[in-house]
Write a protein that binds this ligand. Sequence first.
Ligand SMILES: [Zn+2]
Length: 146
Amino acid sequence: MSDEQKKPPLRQFSKSTECSDDFYGVFHESSSLVVECECGRVHFGGDGDYEEGEEEDLLAKMAKDPQRYLQHGDYSPWGELFGYTFVFDCPCGLVNCLEKQIWNNKEHIMRYLLKRLKIEAARKTEQAELAGKVSDLMKGKLLTTP
Ligand SMILES: [Zn+2]
């Protein structure tokens, strides 16, 4: 059995590959010459700074499995969310799925963030007060130390 036959089947998350400009603007982390999407598809550029033989290897794999290896003219934009690495415009539609999940659960997510941020803010205030007390104690101790 070859390496290609051992690979898990490609995953499909949504029929649509669309996401909003806002989602792209917030979650686009970088663009890479070669990047593997969570679905198993490998996106690679048509021109770039490849290691020796790397592009030929990808082209050979693409010839055998054109559904899994996708060549683009440029670097592929990608992001990470909930432990998934996703490539924008990947046919798997993971970006569409993630954006929908966030948007459809926005009230829960916002309530969680608000609660969590209040707790974090209270914790920081408490730590600042403690730091102030420690500082005051240190000053007092230093003043009373012979
Ligand atoms: Zn994908």
